[in-house]
Design a protein around this ligand. Sequence first.
Ligand SMILES: [Zn+2]
Length: 291
Amino acid sequence: MRKNIKNFILGALTFLFFLNILAWSAVFNLSQSKFLEVNFFYIGQGDSIFIETPNKEQILIDGGPDSTILEKLGKEMPFWDRSIDLVILTHPEHDHMAGLIEVLKRYKVDNILWTGVVRDTAEYREWLEVIENEGAEIKIARAGQRITLLNSNIDIFYPFESLEGQESKNSNNTSIVARLVFGENSFLFTGDAIKSVERKLIKAEINIDSDILKAGHHGSKTSSAKEFIEAVSPEIVVISVGKDNKFDHPHQETLDNVSGIKVLRTDLMGDIKIISDGIQLNYLQIFRQVL
Ligand SMILES: [Zn+2]
């Protein structure tokens, strides 16, 4: 009798043990995905792009003009996840940088990539302070750098040389231009790079051909030259722009230059999520707020 009880307990423990393994492997499978997600958040007039790789590497390019980014991240990331692998500031202007300052105050960021361009604003000084306090590895961007992720990589195309320490009144033309490649799919991020930068990239014969193009400078006519759009030859153009903004972005000239191409606009669609399995692209329009 006693032996029977012992066997029963042993059997039950073994059963529980395997049940535990099953439960953990289910959790593990859930955390693995075969999809790369690129979220173009609607944060008003500005840019903020959140990338999550199939291996759950998280990259945030720009943070928009205010703390709206915190709500957006809160909905994309699980509540217990308080860290971001890499933050990229394309250029130190308010509509890209202000939200990142809020993110750096609240999340643990492991790596920061930016240009080191100098500006004379209180917000810029706050940026310097928060990145210094973050304890992250800070890198200054220049062409030729490659950020190697597990199944994807990000190549830096611009600026051609380090701009660290250079003063700039309007830093749009110092924007980091980078391309993310995952399998057969590619995304070109341009910050607020203007036409002269676009021309330099074409002249340097850099392979800028990409499936998705984030149009430069919120669809302003100062970016998205016809020859640049032709060189990138995107399947989809994303314009990150605020509704009824004072600059009248996106300009008609830009919309004309991308006619015939699928255009996704955050002012009309809200948050936009593009999903890639490395071969095919799909996009979702996410209504998270009444625009
Ligand atoms: Zn901007």
